[in-house]
Design a protein around this ligand. Structure first.
Ligand code: NAI
Ligand code: OAA
Length: 349
């Protein structure tokens, strides 16, 4: 099923922003969002359409991929998007067909995933998600634009990204990334509160490893006022027993408090991830395919400190890793290796 909305009659490359009067001379970027009718989708789509993902001069076409029973809800969201009259939004396609959704895609946000339900083992979860991320990887391989960038949000995000990547052999493998930016932002906020500083006073925050409770938010690399954050905090007990578990288990704490998982903050982090990937930043956290840096086995999609520029990224090299951090990184990476081996055993990669 395919529904199109929006204003397909617009000329493709010259658009007038009716709010600023400025001429936008760029071809619309095709942005596909899977799980578009879900909670994160609802928090994400309006920000993409208003220019927060790619900047105020970049028009977008939205492609919403959903499972068939959720198409009606996606149509409702598309009606609301229309009702915002966003100057940058050039068209909306709603479909339950992955090939249609990813045809010509420039930015793919893979949000829809199978949540863990009662009685489900980890293997069952990985298998169910394999059924989603394998065909999506194949559809990206078949139809994506040459410059495609993929962000996987749906959990288990790192391993889902690996599954999709492994089924898209014609797409450069580094284009498949997973989201640890929410963890990064959570770490900034917790540290800023502890030190009584602004989040903007903190530099070089890093999340290592998996987007799971084993992740390592690293205060020995982060800097505040010329010191490492660990020195500025000067409280190893807080760092170990409070900061790390608070950041790593924040997702569960939000579910406990809200009765639903993080949605607006997750959407915000997805926006941050892609915006920085496209526009450049000196230091952030992204889960990316390892090239063997910092002893992380090659190919594993693990979170690293990265620098981005001109639409590409590199893992920041040359950091000295202390013993405490080494053990934490190794533990999270070991979990990723286990997940990779499990999906291999299931024949998903
Ligand atoms: N990496 C991260 O930091 C975070 C990841 N998440 C994960 O993001 C995912 C989405 O979260 P929510 O939006 O809250 O969930 P949700 O359950 O509200 O929405 C998920 C949507 O995905 C759709 N869907 C399922 N299979 C699909 C398929 N094959 N193709 C397209 N759509 C499909 C469902 O119909 C549903 O509308 C979950 O896996 C959640 O655990 C959530 C927060 C943070
Ligand atoms: O824990 C969850 O299910 C959602 C999630 O990934 C997060 O909030 O970090």
């Amino acid at each position: 099923m395919l529904v199109t909305c929006g204003t397909p009659g617009d000329p493709p490359d010259v658009n007038e922003d009716r709010h600023s009067g400025r001429l936008m001379t760029r071809t619309p970027v095709n942005v596909t969002v899977t799980g578009a009718a879900g909670q994160i989708g609802y928090a994400l789509l309006f920000r993409i359409a208003s220019g927060h993902l790619l900047g105020p001069d970049t028009p977008v076409n939205l492609r919403l991929l959903e499972i068939t029973p959720a198409l009606k809800a996606a149509e409702g969201t598309a009606m609301e998007l229309d009702d915002c009259a966003f100057p940058l939004l050039k068209g909306i396609t709603i479909t339950d067909d992955a090939k249609t959704a990813f045809d010509g895609v420039n930015v793919a946000l893979l949000v829809g995933a199978r949540p863990r339900t009662k009685g489900m083992e980890r293997g069952d979860l990985l298998e169910a998600n394999g059924g989603i991320f394998k065909p999506q990887g194949e559809a990206i391989n078949a139809g994506a634009a040459d410059d495609v960038k993929v962000l996987v949000v749906g959990n288990p995000a790192n391993t889902n990204a690996l599954i999709a990547q492994q089924h898209a052999p014609d797409v450069p493998r580094e284009r498949f990334t997973a989201m640890t930016r929410l963890d990064h932002n959570r770490a900034l906020s917790q540290l800023a509160k502890k030190l009584g500083v602004a989040v903007t006073d903190i530099e070089n925050m890093t999340i290592w490893g998996n987007h799971s409770a084993t992740q390592y938010p690293d205060l020995f690399r982060a800097k505040v006022g010329g010191k490492t954050a660990a020195e500025a905090v000067n409280d190893q007990a807080w760092l170990e027993n409070d900061f790390i578990p608070t950041v790593a288990k924040r997702g569960a704490a939000i579910i406990e408090a809200r009765g639903a998982s993080s949605a607006a903050s997750a959407a915000n982090a997805a926006i941050d991830h892609v915006y920085d990937w496209v526009n450049g930043t000196e230091w952030t956290s992204m889960a990316v395919p390892s090239d063997g840096s910092y002893g992380v086995p090659e190919g594993i999609i693990s979170s690293f400190p990265v620098r981005t520029s001109n639409g590409s990224y590199e893992i920041i090299q040359g950091l000295e890793i202390d013993e405490f951090s080494r053990a934490r990184i190794d533990a999270s990476v070991a979990e990723l290796v286990e997940e990779r081996d499990a999906v291999k055993e299931l024949g998903l990669i």
